[in-house]
Design a binder for this molecule. Structure first.
Ligand SMILES: [Cu+2]
Length: 122
């Protein structure tokens, strides 16, 4: 009887430790996958400026613009077609994923003196 109890205890411990190892390695895999993905870059629109005005990112990175001004703004590609946030009111945001390499200049349609760029690298 004692032997059976001992066996069950050992078996339970083996099962539990296996589950622990699996969950830990699963968590590590998850972390690795997340780290490989480029984190979203934030550009604030504040005091009639893009902050930071010039950023360099890797291809596939998302950029999120957030309008912190009371005045409306846009983030519009100078070429007029790559990306365009449209009119962003106070607190509104716009997300764009940069899929091609190169220097992307952009501006605010409402305040053309607001100019900035995103350099996308491989
Ligand atoms: Cu503006």
């Amino acid at each position: 009887m004692r032997r059976i109890i001992l066996l069950i205890t050992v078996a339970t411990m083996v099962v539990l430790s296996t589950m622990f190892v699996v969950s830990v390695s699963g968590a590590q895999k998850h972390t690795t996958a997340k780290a490989q993905k480029h984190p979203t870059r934030k550009v604030l629109i504040q005091d009639f400026r893009f902050k930071p005005a010039h950023i360099t990112i890797k291809r596939g990175t998302k950029v999120r613009w957030i309008n912190k001004d009371s005045a409306p703004h846009t983030a519009t590609a100078n070429n007029g077609r790559s990306f365009d946030s449209g009119r962003l009111g106070k607190g509104q945001r716009y997300l764009h994923t940069f899929k091609s390499v190169g220097k992307k200049r952009y501006h605010c349609e409402i305040h053309p003196f607001m100019r900035a760029s995103v350099v996308v690298k491989r």
